[in-house]
Design a binder for this molecule. Structure first.
Ligand SMILES: N[C@@H](CCC(=O)N[C@@H](CS)C(=O)NCC(=O)O)C(=O)O
Length: 212
């Protein structure tokens, strides 16, 4: 049995859940926070979420987990075999986990996390400075998408799954993408958010985080 630990609103946790859902794997999700407790460190040596167990095998880090899942459960693959395509898919996952996350999840953390976990109001100056960086990621992605439905090989890969996880937080925050300025990105993200398993999980999350 697969058990995934972490908060639903984490883009890294959501990335893993998207893959579990896409592959239609049986799993349980346990809500857990990052922690330096010995029990958590035992499964996640950096104390971060997500971490996962598959039977008695424990592993952490979203990118490690999804690569493991793709190897062990190869139906509905998310990673291409061909080396250039594989590198591209892993690159967009990295770009999403770092640059996109720093901006979008940075804002999400201020709005959602600061009041709940740091007992303070969101810092509007931090939010403003991150909003000003939207064009950096939008321009790059616009150029990469070029009217395609998916980023790599015209089929859904980890590249799109990782970005969908980040943009779910972006849309949940009430932002929209200016389709005049970034038509490809607006269309691309709209397509992603309407893929069945993505849409369903985002809806389910809303119920899970109610009252959090
Ligand atoms: N590279 C990791 C990043 C995971 C991560 O940073 N998770 C955050 C929550 S969204 C966390 O646990 N932060 C606590 C910490 O950094 O100690 C992954 O892909 O899973």
């Amino acid at each position: 049995m697969i058990t995934l630990y972490g908060l639903s609103v984490s883009l890294y946790v959501r990335k893993v859940r998207f893959v579990l859902e896409l592959k239609n794997l049986d799993y349980q999700h346990i809500i857990a926070l990052p922690s330096q407790s010995p029990e958590v460190l035992d499964k996640s040596p950096l104390g971060k979420i997500p971490y996962m167990t598959d039977g008695d095998f424990a592993l952490s880090d979203s990118t490690v987990i999804v690569q493991y899942l793709d190897k062990k459960y190869p139906h509905q693959p998310i990673l291409p075999q061909e080396p250039h395509s594989l590198a591209k898919a892993l690159w967009f996952d990295e770009y999403s986990d770092t640059k996109v996350s720093e901006i979008i999840s940075g804002i999400f953390f201020e709005r959602f996390g600061a009041p709940r976990f740091l007992n303070r109001e969101p810092d509007e100056a931090i939010i403003k400075s991150k909003e000003m960086q939207f064009p950096v990621i939008f321009n790059y992605l616009e150029e990469q998408i070029q009217g395609k439905k998916f980023l790599v090989n015209e089929c859904l890969t980890l590249a799109d799954i990782s970005l969908a996880s980040n943009f779910a937080n972006f849309f949940n925050l009430g932002y929209t993408i200016d389709a005049e300025q970034w038509p490809h990105l607006a269309q691309y993200t709209d397509n992603l958010m309407n893929i069945d398993f993505i849409k369903k999980l985002i809806e389910a999350e809303k119920v899970e985080i109610e009252g959090f």
